[in-house]
Design a protein around this ligand. Structure first.
Ligand SMILES: Cc1cc2nc3c(=O)[nH]c(=O)nc-3n(C[C@H](O)[C@H](O)[C@H](O)COP(=O)(O)O)c2cc1C
Length: 393
């Protein structure tokens, strides 16, 4: 099976199954002598961990990370970093009754069709559990980006059609839904509970804001930053659409409304979501992800078994009735991996911008990283270019 490796410069390979003994990630391509705090990886893992609230799965995992290689005295050595975490609350026996049955909305049917077998123990590699390894790697990428003044803030903007109207980043870490609008949280929780009581589930929308990304990250043609982000985020289970900037709304606007006017002091608006021609323009990168309702539901559904015979299935057990909140740190991690990769890629572009001044155009608006505590620092406008000399601090 191919494609367990992601990234060009900052490369990760994840391994392990949902109900196997362990999961992990090998990170390669990371420069030496960069500070990485394992305590910070812990914080990221805690935010992704299930069992933390009534709206998430009751699977209890400590997600204690073991750093097996690539680090010395809190710094990277340049060798591959291997991070390992054990599955302590795996219960493969819970899935015995699903050995011969395809769960609707899951990868069961397609894996069986493609490989002639599948890991029936909670989906194996296609389980949301695999994302724990991505989050561990994303935590490392995030720390490197923080050293470059880049912060990534994820939050839930919609659940079951109920939209967040306000944005107060301090609120995100105070509720289990990772929502920045305190007035929407209660209604969202109610909608989740109502669906759960009916043996059903709901979907939602997650927004990412990456601030402090300087002008110039991303490559034209096949390495466009928006394409990389879309691919990385669509690669998360249950994500069905990705929107950059105004996204689908741009299709309904006029050019005069959608273009971001360029003024001597910066862009007048940010409809493009911080990316033009696949290259960051110095504005905050804004991305939204549509997350489908949890496919495992208690309500009876029609399906078939291995022999193709019709059966009804009710998927009980430890499932998130809404995946969107748990997806926030995973989305932040994938975004961090793409941006760390783009940063390393830019280090190879050693062309000084002669005759071109960014003037006041590259507004940088760093926010606290990771977004767990929700605080958002505005540091005011300042100039920064993508030139490599400005990168390694
Ligand atoms: C962090 C995370 C947690 C998830 N938790 C669950 C869950 O508890 N129950 C479930 O049925 N699906 C869960 N999923 C979604 C499934 O893994 C996913 O929908 C399924 O593998 C099919 O893939 P697709 O939706 O990308 O087509 C989760 C996904 C992620 C990223």
């Amino acid at each position: 099976m191919s494609y367990n490796t992601f990234g060009r410069h900052f490369r990760i390979t994840t391994f392990g199954e949902s109900h196997g003994p362990a999961l992990g990630v090998v990170i390669d391509g990371i420069p030496p002598n960069l500070a990485v705090d394992p305590g910070n990886i812990r914080k990221w893992m805690d935010r992704r961990r299930p069992g933390g609230s009534t709206v998430s799965s009751s699977r209890r995992e400590r997600d204690g990370i073991q750093v097996l290689s690539g680090m010395l005295d809190g710094r990277t050595t340049g060798a591959p970093i291997c991070l390992l975490l054990f599955n302590e609350d795996a219960r493969p026996q819970d899935y015995d009754h699903l050995k011969r049955v395809f769960r609707p909305g899951h990868a069961d049917f397609t894996w069986q069709g493609k490989y002639g077998l599948r890991d029936w123990r909670g989906g194996g590699r296609s389980s949301g559990r695999e994302t724990a390894a991505r989050v561990a790697a994303g935590a490392v990428a995030g720390q490197l980006l923080a050293g470059q003044g880049v912060g990534i803030l994820g939050h839930v903007v919609e659940i079951a059609g109920i939209r967040a109207r306000n944005f107060d980043p301090r609120v995100i870490g105070t509720n289990p839904l990772c929502c920045a609008d305190a007035s929407a949280v209660g209604r969202m929780e109610e909608a989740i509970e109502t669906a759960r009581a009916a043996g059903d589930s709901v979907g939602g929308v997650v927004e990412l804001r990456a601030s402090g990304v300087p002008l110039g990250w991303g490559d034209p043609v096949f390495g466009k930053l928006d394409a990389m982000l879309a691919g990385a985020l669509m690669g998360i289970g249950a994500v069905k659409a990705v929107e950059i900037g105004d996204g689908f709304r741009a299709a309904r606007a006029r050019g005069s409304q959608n273009n971001d006017a360029i003024l001597p002091g910066g862009f007048a608006s940010n409809h493009c979501g911080g990316i033009l021609g696949g290259i960051s323009n110095g504005e905050t990168i804004v991305v939204r992800l549509a997350v489908k309702p949890t496919p495992s539901i208690a309500r009876e559904q029609q399906t078939v078994d291995l022999a193709g015979l019709p059966v009804t299935v009710s998927v009980r057990g430890r499932h998130d009735p809404c995946i969107a909140p748990r997806l926030v740190p995973v989305a932040e991690a994938m975004c961090a991996l793409v941006l760390a990769d783009a940063w390393l890629g830019q280090l190879m572009v050693a062309v000084p911008s002669e005759g071109f001044s960014t003037g006041g155009m590259s507004r940088v608006d760093p926010c606290e990283f990771p977004s767990g505590n929700g605080s958002h620092r505005r540091s005011g406008p300042f100039l920064r270019q993508a030139h490599p000399r400005n990168h390694l601090k």
